[in-house]
Design a protein around this ligand. Structure first.
Ligand SMILES: [Zn+2]
Length: 136
């Protein structure tokens, strides 16, 4: 079970450590249009389900040079989770500005590219499944 905690001290983010799983709803959440909030929370659930905090801690201990790459990968994976939950369009809308990202986050343009790629992949699987159902 993942607990959702509201806080004034954090931006909206996720954290987990094995059994301890939290999504922190920060003050920035109030500025997100309601239609996009589900996509943001779903992204954070992706971080928790993917055990990204644990992976990052392990990476810092074992291979600190790979940390930046891992942080980027975790963002893309959390976006994939949100897309697979049906939030691709809402996530694209949320990431519509041209934020450049930073050292530990891919830019919004990069994330949008991966989101569109994932949506395209899901459509292919959906069409393939429809065809296989039709012939069975
Ligand atoms: Zn994230």
């Amino acid at each position: 079970m993942i607990k959702v905690v509201t806080t004034k001290e954090h931006p909206t983010c996720a954290a987990s450590f094995f059994w301890w799983r939290r999504i922190f709803i920060g003050t920035d959440y109030a500025n997100i249009p309601p239609s996009q909030r589900v996509a943001v929370v779903s992204h954070e659930v992706g971080h928790v389900v993917g055990r990204h905090t644990e992976l990052k801690l392990l990476c810092l201990l074992l291979c600190p040079l790979a940390y930046i790459f891992l942080c980027w990968w975790c963002e893309i994976q959390a976006d994939r989770h949100s897309v697979r939950c049906g939030n691709g369009r809402r996530l694209l809308e949320f990431l519509k500005d041209e934020a450049s990202g930073g050292l530990l986050h891919p830019s919004h343009a990069t994330r949008r590219r991966y989101i569109k790629k994932e949506e395209k992949q899901l459509r292919k699987v959906h069409v393939k499944n429809q065809h296989s159902k039709g012939t069975a």
